[in-house]
Design a protein around this ligand. Sequence first.
Ligand code: FDA
Length: 297
Amino acid sequence: MKWRIASNFALRFIAGETIDDAIDTVLRLNNNGYYVTVDFLGEQTISETDAQNSTMEIVRLLERIQSSQIEANVSIKLSQIGLMLGEESCKQNLIKILNKANETNNFIRIDMEDSSVTDQTLKILVWARTIYDRVGIVIQSYLYRSEEDIEELMEKQIPIRMVKGAYKESHKISFKNKSDVDANFVRLSQNIISSIKSIHDVDRDEGKFPPVLAIGTHDEKIIKILVNLINNSGLPKKSLEIQMLYGIRNDLQSHFLKEGFPIRIYLPYGTHWYPYFMRRLAERPANLWFFVKNLFR
Ligand code: FDA
């Protein structure tokens, strides 16, 4: 019973459990003017079979995006496709995804997980781009190391999604104060904007291929600062993609869409929604309170 309440509440943040649920939701979002990045839920996979099954689902997802002619790319987590089993397992599965992305002319975003895998994730990203270069990464503004990571990524103009970071990290490697994380988010995004060498990519197929800088945040203050920066920089609005999670701050999504910025919704689907759902509850006490009230109703 409690599990059913949890899964019903989770539907606020996910499309449903199947590819069909995801495709239907993408269509609805596209019709309202939004681009989408679809995430097949799953992480920390510790069996070869599960890692392979997740890989095949992501391959099918890329096929369905192409056959449905929707405006969506795909976000993946390396721990879902075998990173916990070793880099070789992960690479073998990633090759299948990259080949399908190439065949279907799509873009893969590698989500960033906790700091125990940051080095491996960045190393595999660089390797992946030697096979297929339409691959981007996520950088977390709560980590001290991110400034240096961005310098290296910008040398190759690798598309970055800047986020604050969603995992519990030690104070030895990360900012603890929210105001420092926020300030670093703005500073690092400014660094990326000043390193943009060309906006060629955004002209190619905006619905699938993001520009060099995407910001993944619902923080209105930060978005406004960066929107103003772009508006005053002479760069076109499409050089800043604003990304938000499905079901969070719909008001902000439509506001910045009306202002002419590309908005991409991060849309998860699948049965392994629990860790994703718990991160969303932890980010906002009001969500947790609403959920607990419904449990006892
Ligand atoms: P902040 O937490 O300061 O919230 C600002 C405002 O947003 C709040 O006041 C509230 O109005 C609203 N809000 C935020 N979270 C909410 C919630 N759960 N429910 C309701 N309202 C909420 N992290 C990571 O470590 N690796 C990754 O790969 C990604 N990928 C990613 C993709 C996209 C598109 C987004 C938007 C976010 C991520 N994240 C992520 C998560 C990110 O690191 C961060 O944890 C969340 O975005 C919450 O932080 P905000 O930037 O929204 O700011």
